[in-house]
Design a protein around this ligand. Sequence first.
Ligand code: HEM
Length: 144
Amino acid sequence: MYTGLQHLHSGLAYLVLLALILVITYALIGALSNRQFSDKDRKIALIAFILSHIQLTVGLILYFVSPLGFEMLKSGSAMSDSAVRLTAVEHPLINIIAIVVITIGYSRAKKGTVSKARFRSIYMMYAIGLLLLLSRIPWSIWLA
Ligand code: HEM
């Protein structure tokens, strides 16, 4: 179960990051070309939203299965070792915040009425979310 979840979480990370980059670029082009925000634009933004929420769910389960997650927090060693602190505290916490930011961006764009503001809500909030995610990826585990 642990290895399966680890692979799923690792593979989904590529999809989430790629989807965010594509959606941000698409929304920026939409805003710059002064066109109307359509339902197609909302659905494209929804793809990255859904993928990030699936990743959040898998991450939460992994947190309680992995020896690098809650196990480390319980052991009390999470704060003194920076590598342990990353997977046990910083990565989960910052990534949850990133997904909240992405969710706000999506829902504002969905409810909005002014096209430029709707595009901006997507590219700004998704870009902040993406930067937060990138800042706390355990790169040494991922790319090892
Ligand atoms: C979009 C959000 C997220 C992304 C892009 C992401 C990405 C990653 C990546 C690339 C790794 C290294 C995977 C590997 O090669 O083994 C990882 C590990 C991990 N992630 Fe996430 N993650 C996200 C959200 C979360 C959340 C919300 C939690 C927990 C609440 C979480 C918990 C963990 C844990 C515990 C590990 C270490 C797993 C292990 O190797 O035992 N992640 N994450």
